[in-house]
Design a protein around this ligand. Structure first.
Ligand code: AGP
Length: 617
């Protein structure tokens, strides 16, 4: 959710923090702010409601020379987006400034404690109590790191923070409490005495690749010439920094108007990256370099539970088919936010597969912790090396599609589907239940996938035309069956995320059981009726919608003309056999959402109310 950045060193901190905030803005854009030490070593604070540009305009020409400071982009939880609720938040005397991500659950009780003794509060945020608590501890003789550790003991909830104090300009203390988003420290390169602290690796990678990730319950004391890592009780932790790869091109918008469009167009290459080295033909097999389960462990598994949220949940729904089809293990899917609250029955014979772009989604991490308590085997499918999901799981299959910046996920879904397909094939082989001809068919079709995705992108002009007409509808149904059911859910999610149009995805067979009551000439239906074993049934569902005067846009596979004249509009997508077919259907739906959003003048890359990484429950 919120983006956090801190810097201490000898470079001008203000411009550096603003530069990093640009890379963090995708995490939240309700407001932004920075706190620096000015020439008198007093705190200079600037905050502005709305996008980062508002802050940048406000500080232009006014930034004091400073060699340390903190910055924040906000996704509001407590208190409306406004200047006064923007971070950094200060204590009443201006001695301490804090940026924060996540939620302090007992903030009301804490706030009451301070108001009872006469302290005033300037915001509606839960963050502000952190500044009060830190000052309280400083007044009691603690130094900044001790004060932050004490705060951890007094607060409930999951969050991360960075604090600074005028007592010691140049020192930052950061903490990660639970799983509400990570903290990564970037160490100055080439012997430079400087350090960065951030919620996101991507924000600091252009500045340093040598980093240390914090685990839950860890505190880092940061000075320009070095850092000290401890647990919440102050016990020292030794952790060698790691070096992360950085591809400067991957994080740039290039010739595209929006990151979302760029990432949609990257999908053929992303698929290639996801497949490379893992799908092998002679003999046909999948080999995932990091797959951490041997034959005995895999044979011991009698059930698979897949968890994720949003788009990643839909990838998990597709993968349920893969696991059952190729590994012949009973598989179920759970929305991670519901999973732990229904006391799931789990044991060491259960394999829990979590799916996520960020590896920091709090609901998914909570589900993983539940699985860990029950002794389950855990595999995570993740696009972010070093994230908390990769640390919690026994084994990680990296999605390998490069950074995804647009809030609306596109290429990561394609990559997750491939990684899950590969994992299911590998599980099937290790369990001895995958026959060679199925393996060959799936591997050959996977190798054709990047080309099919490229062909699907050629439909963009036609999709743009359709978008111009369909943008007038305020309500959409997306229908699909089998593997296309999660595709329908994703089509609806993409449309609502970027265009704010009401859209619902349904299993097409479910339509008659209620949603059909909504159908009239003002409700558009997008039907995914590609070549598969349930296509004829999809055709009947389309007829049922048309019989009630509902306009239908149908996706069909090349070579199938039978829907011409049945649906109002037919979008012919490349024919693709094999379990990875949903990846091909997704491209026109992503393009449709994108172009409808443009027609409606929506902010495609930063849709209202959303955040890229959701670190609050
Ligand atoms: C996708 O377009 C969304 N913005 C959202 O549903 C996302 O997929 C979800 O928040 C899960 O994130 P994760 O993959 O990082 O866990």
């Amino acid at each position: 959710m919120c983006g956090i950045i801190g810097y201490t060193g000898s470079r001008p901190a203000g411009p550096l923090l603003l530069e990093c905030l640009r890379r963090l803005e995708y995490r939240g854009y309700d407001s932004a702010g920075i706190a620096l030490f000015d020439e008198q070593q007093q705190l200079y604070l600037a905050r502005a409601e709305g996008k980062l540009d508002n802050l940048a305009n406000r500080v232009e020409g006014r930034l004091p020379p400073a060699a340390a400071g903190i910055g924040h982009t906000r996704w509001a939880t407590h208190g409306a987006p406004s200047d006064r609720n923007a971070h950094p938040q200060l204590d009443p005397s201006g001695r301490v400034a804090v940026v924060h991500n996540g939620i302090v659950e007992n903030f009301e009780a804490l706030r009451q404690r301070f108001t009872d003794r006469g302290d005033s509060f300037a915001s509606d945020t839960d963050t502000e109590v952190l500044a009060h608590l830190i000052v309280d501890a400083l007044d009691g003789g603690a130094d900044l790191a001790d004060a932050v550790r004490r705060v951890i003991g007094e607060t409930e909830g999951a969050y991360s923070l960075v604090a600074i104090t005028v007592d010691e300009p140049g020192r930052l203390v950061a903490a990660r409490v639970g799983n509400a988003g990570g903290i990564v420290v970037g160490h100055g390169e080439g012997g430079a005495d400087e350090q960065f602290v951030s919620s996101d690796l991507a924000a600091i990678l252009p500045l340093t690749r040598t980093v240390t990730f914090l685990g839950p319950g860890e505190v880092v004391d940061v000075r320009a010439d070095g850092v000290t890592l401890t647990d919440a009780d102050g016990r020292a932790i030794e952790r060698a920094p790691e070096v992360q790869p950085f591809d400067p091109v991957a994080a740039a918008k290039g010739r595209f108007r929006h990151f979302m469009l760029k990432e949609i167009h990257e999908q053929p290459d992303a698929a290639l990256d996801a497949i490379r080295g893992r799908y092998l033909l002679d003999p046909p097999r999948v080999e995932i370099e990091s797959f951490g389960f041997d034959e005995a462990r895999v044979r011991d598994i009698n059930r698979v539970v897949l968890v994720g949220m949003g788009t990643s949940l839909y990838a998990a729904m597709i993968a349920r088919h893969y696991i059952e089809r190729f590994a012949r293990v009973p598989a179920e899917v759970d929305n991670a936010s519901e999973f732990r609250y229904r006391r799931p029955v789990l044991d060491e014979h259960t394999l829990v597969i979590s799916v996520g772009q960020s590896g920091e989604t709090v609901d998914t991490l909570a589900a993983m912790e539940e699985a860990q308590r029950a002794g389950c085997a855990q595999l995570t499918i993740c696009n972010t090396p070093g994230s908390q999901a990769t640390r919690l799981a026994d084994s990680t299959v990296l999605i390998r599609v490069g950074p995804e910046i647009a809030v609306a996920s596109t290429k990561c879904l394609i990559g997750s589907i491939i990684a899950l397909h590969a994992a299911a094939l590998q599980l099937g082989r290790l369990r001895g239940v995958l026959d060679e001809s199925t393996a060959r068919e799936e591997i050959e079709s996977a190798l054709h996938l990047p080309a099919a995705l490229g062909e699907a992108l050629l439909l963009e002009d036609r999709v743009r035309e359709l978008a111009a007409r369909y943008a007038q509808f305020d309500d959409f149904l997306f229908l699909g069956r089998g593997l296309s059911y999660p595709v329908a859910l994703e089509g609806a999610l993409k449309l609502k995320e970027v265009s704010y149009i009401h859209a619902e995805g349904y299993a097409a067979g479910e339509m008659k059981h209620g949603p059909i009551a909504l159908i009239d000439e003002r409700m558009a239906t997008v039907a995914i009726a590609v070549r598969d074993e349930v296509r004829e049934k999809m055709r009947s569902n389309i007829e049922q919608v048309r019989a009630r005067r509902g306009p239908v846009l149908a996706l069909t596979s090349a070579g199938d003309e039978s829907l011409e004249g049945v649906a109002d509009d037919v979008l012919v997508i490349p024919a693709f056999d094999g379990a990875l077919a949903p990846a091909v259907s997704l491209i026109p739906l992503q393009l449709l959402a994108y172009h409808i959003a443009l027609e409606r003048g929506a902010d495609v890359d930063q849709p209202r109310n959303l955040a890229k990484t959701v670190t609050v429950e």
